[in-house]
Design a protein around this ligand. Structure first.
Ligand code: G
Ligand code: MN
Length: 289
């Protein structure tokens, strides 16, 4: 059952056997290859759709859908900022589509910390944000290693974002080894546990301990804990028992084009059947608010 469901959601880039050269980011825009895909975030307690993370993809005419590894690492700062602007504006527009299909979900975008210095992000949000009353705001994810050395900037940015109903999430948490002293000052709404700690957390006592510690910390600061890269039911159950509120990973759904997600929302598809009770499948309902 799960395997079938997973195949249903297998919308990741198709394998391509030809040369895998890097694609200049400028090319993406010039040729209109840029696409924004979405990976669902699931509330673990209810198995309802809690939100989605927007992830950049390139639709190459020969290679098919290409992941960021092939165009992000060598991109210039200017191009990265242009990409960030595009991502934010596209996600704001796409939200209207998901809302139309009945899910006013919170979308998250990835933002390089340098973009907060170079781009007028709060102003962009003010001008381009959906006007609907039920818009829940946008989450801007910044990686721990980039933000942790500039908490003054983080605080300024968080304050400006708050005025637009938007918040910061701390991405890849754990990978940057922030000191506890610094964590006290974090102006974030969400903490995303790095995939490397989520992996095998059900059987690896060290990872389980790290996840537990992060959940405790997150709770103390009143943050939502999100686990990234969940691939098995065992990991999912373990994380839920540790108090992780939201999960994201191939187990539930791979990143998919906005139309796919809109369709899933519209169809109210069952995405999840608990492994512990295979005879009685739980139905995933998509949150309307
Ligand atoms: O760090 P960040 O959350 O931005 O990374 C998201 C990336 O991780 C995306 O490119 C996505 O395709 C990938 N990803 C998402 N879920 C999983 C998963 O369960 N397993 C693995 N290996 N990769 C994942
Ligand atoms: Mn992210």
């Amino acid at each position: 059952m799960l395997k079938r469901l997973r195949n249903l959601f297998a919308s990741e880039p198709a394998p391509y056997a030809g040369p895998k050269d890097k694609i200049p980011l400028g090319e993406l825009f010039k040729r209109n290859w840029f696409e924004l895909w979405y990976q669902p975030k699931i509330e673990l307690k209810t198995m309802r759709l809690a939100g989605a993370e927007a992830l950049v993809r390139a639709r190459h005419p020969v290679r098919g859908v290409v992941a960021p590894f092939f165009f992000l690492p060598e991109a210039s700062e200017d191009d990265l900022h242009k990409l960030t602007e595009e991502v934010i504006l596209t996600a704001l527009g796409d939200w209207e589509l998901f809302n139309k299909y009945g899910a006013a979900i919170k979308l998250a975008v990835n933002v390089p910390v340098s973009a907060f210095v170079k781009l007028p992000i709060p102003q962009m949000l003010r001008e381009a944000r959906p006007r609907a009353d039920n818009w829940p705001g946008l989450v801007l994810e910044v990686t721990e290693d980039q933000i942790i050395n500039d908490l003054a900037l983080a605080n300024d940015v968080a304050a400006a974002l708050r005025e637009q109903n938007c918040t910061l999430a701390l991405d890849d948490f754990g990978a940057g080894y922030s000191s506890l002293a610094r964590l006290r000052q974090l102006p974030f709404s969400e903490l995303k546990i790095d995939r490397s700690y989520v992996m095998n957390c059900n059987s690896d006592p060290l990872n389980a301990g790290l996840c537990e510690t992060i959940v405790d910390l997150s709770k103390r600061f009143g943050l939502t804990t999100v686990a990234e890269g969940i691939e098995t039911m065992h990991e999912s159950h373990k994380l839920q028992s540790l108090g992780v509120q939201v999960g994201q990973g191939y187990l539930y759904a791979k990143p998919m084009p906005k139309g796919h997600l809109a369709r899933l929302i519209h169809q109210r598809l069952t995405m999840f059947a608990p492994a512990a009770a295979p005879a009685k499948s739980r139905r995933l309902r998509f949150a309307r608010d």
